[in-house]
Design a binder for this molecule. Sequence first.
Ligand code: HEC
Length: 104
Amino acid sequence: MKMKSIILLILMMSGSLFAQVKGDIEVPYISYEIKMGKGFDAVQANCLMCHSFGYIINQGPQSRLFWKKKVEKMITHFKAPITDADAKTVTDYLFKHYGNGKLQ
Ligand code: HEC
């Protein structure tokens, strides 16, 4: 291939690249309100390997018992490898940030 045609090819390629990003492109963006704070690390490490945070937020504000049972369900039903200590940390986090103030 001659140098000239290589340059032409590059120009053509970059031309189509620009064409692709021209105009308004709306990327669907779903924002979940993820509250940072003590225990979030444990949620990230133990809960987000199988599903998104949306599963958690979709439940709405719930009691401590509800969250405790959900974490237990993940362990017993879905075989989530979560230690007792992490399960407690996650439950505390969920109740603090996505709790309804009730213990049961
Ligand atoms: C081993 C994989 C796995 C891990 C780890 C995991 N989950 Fe799940 N989770 C699932 C599956 C599978 C479902 C059900 C998906 C469905 O029904 O479509 C689910 C569903 C849920 C739901 C929706 C309500 C319900 O009862 O189905 C919540 C809330 C939830 N998970 C919270 C958590 C939390 C909190 C953690 C961390 C402690 C966690 N999950 C870790 C697999 C996992």
